[in-house]
Structure formats: structure tokens, C-alpha cells
Design a protein around this ligand. Sequence first.
Ligand code: ZN
Length: 100
Amino acid sequence: MAIAVRTLDEGAWVNVENTRIVGVSNVWKLARHGICDCDVSFFVVEVFTDVGVDGRWVEARTGGQCIGCGEHGTTGWLQIGKMGEDSFRPVEVEGVHSPR
Ligand SMILES: [Zn+2]
């Protein structure tokens, strides 16, 4: 199954099947992230640099800043959501995420 994904507005949004799924300015709690020395980074996403599909999962790489220590960086692939049988289910941004 092909899933149509792209970024919009110069990386301000991730668009899946013509729906804006997630935008910048959210704070993502990241574990095992490699951006800074914080155990869990509270990472403000400033741009989505890449989007991709891995099976049913939609993933994105992001650039932004850890508000704990001020470090800027780019994440590995973060899972944004999963295509179900008939609809796309975004992840809960409030949870803890581990890029790969
Ligand atoms: Zn940090």
C-alpha cells in the first residue's frame, strides 16, 4: 500500500494523505536521542526535514532545540503515526519517543 506523505510550508507540517498530521512548535519528549546530554530531551521541533514510510509507519526527521539545555540538533527518524485498515492514526506527541 502506498502512503502519500510530504512536508508542507517548508517543513512546517507533515502531510499524510492530504491531511496535516503534525506541525512544528510541538515539544517532543525524546529518549536515546543523541542530540544532547539530557536523559530525556524536551525537544521543540522547528522543522521537519524529511518524511518517509516504513511499512505502515510514517516517520520524519526533525530539526529543533532541546529546551532543557539549549542544544540545537537534528533527530533520527521519529514515528509520526501508523496507517490502520482505513485511517491514519497519529502517535501521541505527549508520550516519550525514541528516534532511530
Ligand atoms: Zn538537552
